[in-house]
Design a protein around this ligand. Structure first.
Ligand SMILES: *Cc1c(COP(=O)(O)O)cnc(C)c1O
Length: 364
């Protein structure tokens, strides 16, 4: 057997003619930025997330940045981010001139531990970025409660959690505003880079749109020092096609993950937990294993691909040397960086492939 960590092929084969027709449509129309496809997608994705507004942008990192700017966060401010996340969460904060302040996750769900947040709040704290990591929503109620108490904004980093729910409410609709990524490998991905923000706050939606359009709300009138971060027509058109299939594709990720959860029985492998309040969309299927190198090689030798999310905790990355952290400062993030491994998971995995993976894991 040769099972990759991920592949788009089964998904993309199903929609190939629609995608080609979309290309033809946009090509013939010859309108590539800020047109019908983007506006329609924004409407459809807002409906999907059950929010008032959706604004397309260049990618997930810029979505977060646009929201931070829209909330007037910048130099001298602090923003709380989980110590275990993709580095983009922290980079968005740094780009505004503000400082990311790390808070440890819970090991069981990998998401920020609300009980650790209050300790990290100072007079400079302006916002909390709640990352819904690996496809499962952060525990939002206590986070929103703390935010209310200290008058902080809550921004969701929903880059890995399209369609996930918390107490029946969709990711993207749980905080003051949310950013999504449509990087190809995300659960909803385009054929390049793309992203959006969602919110019920009209002012924030308008500001984010303006800041992503050179700071202008009217052509050649610039009210902010903005950037160029927009979702182009082709990508928006592709996303509209994929959005229609997303829930069906997600169900398959959930079915495979359920099998892993129920059938992997090896004391060396620690599975994650799904919070009862959540429906998990399994952007990735993470496990913890002490002998990770051995395990990864063993699977590789058996034709099973895996990926580490993520091998170095953010506070120990060279890019964040300036913050002056050292090994041991965020022990849970460091443990995850040392032991996490993501199993193959994609729409179109065959049952005998799932059987084979589970069997090999249980024999390790
Ligand atoms: C992918 C990702 C981002 C960044 O999205 P891009 O579109 O790649 O810029 C941000 N946060 C998290 C948690 C992500 O997984």
């Amino acid at each position: 057997m040769n099972i990759p960590f991920s592949t788009f092929t089964p998904m993309h084969n199903e929609i190939k003619t629609d995608m080609q027709a979309c290309f033809e449509r946009v090509y013939e129309k010859s309108w590539f930025i800020d047109g019908d496809e983007c506006h329609q997608f924004e409407k459809e994705f807002a409906e999907y997330c059950k929010t008032e507004y959706c604004v397309g942008c260049g990618n997930g990192l810029e979505g977060l940045y646009l929201l931070l700017r829209a909330f007037d966060i910048g130099e001298g401010d602090e923003v709380i981010v989980p110590s275990n996340t993709f580095i983009a969460t922290a980079l968005a904060v740094s780009y505004t001139g503000a400082t990311p302040v790390f808070v440890e996750p819970k090991l069981k769900t990998y998401n920020i531990n609300p009980c650790e947040i209050e300790k990290a709040i100072t007079k400079q704290t302006k916002a909390i970025i709640a990352v819904h990591l690996y496809g499962q929503c952060a525990d939002m109620d206590p986070i929103l409660e703390i935010a209310k108490k200290y008058d902080l904004k809550v921004i969701e980093d929903a880059a890995q959690s399209h369609g996930a729910t918390y107490k029946g409410k969709k990711a993207g609709s749980l905080g003051d505003a949310a950013a999504f990524s449509f990087y190809p490998g995300k659960n909803l991905g385009c054929l390049g880079d793309g992203g959006c923000i969602t919110t019920n706050d009209r002012t924030i939606a308008g500001k984010a749109r303006a800041i992503g359009n050179y700071g202008s709300d009217k052509k050649y009138h610039h009210i902010y020092k903005g950037i160029n971060s927009r979702l182009d027509e082709l990508q928006a058109g592709f996303l509209r096609i994929k959005l229609r299939e997303l829930d069906r594709w997600t169900k398959e990720r959930q079915r495979i993950s359920e099998r892993y959860l129920n059938e992997i029985k090896n004391p060396k492998i620690i599975l994650s937990s799904v919070d009862k309040k959540n429906t998990h969309v399994w952007h990735i299927f993470p496990i913890l294993v002490e002998k990770r190198e051995d395990f990864k090689n063993y699977l590789q030798n058996n034709g099973i691909g895996t990926v580490i999310h993520y091998p170095i905790a953010i506070h120990l990355q060279d890019a964040y040397k300036d913050l002056g952290f050292k090994k041991g400062d965020y022990l849970i993030a460091e443990k995850i960086a040392k032991e996490e491994l993501s199993l193959p998971l994609y729409y179109g995995m065959a049952d005998d492939e799932i059987d084979y993976i589970i069997q090999k894991i249980n024999r390790f």
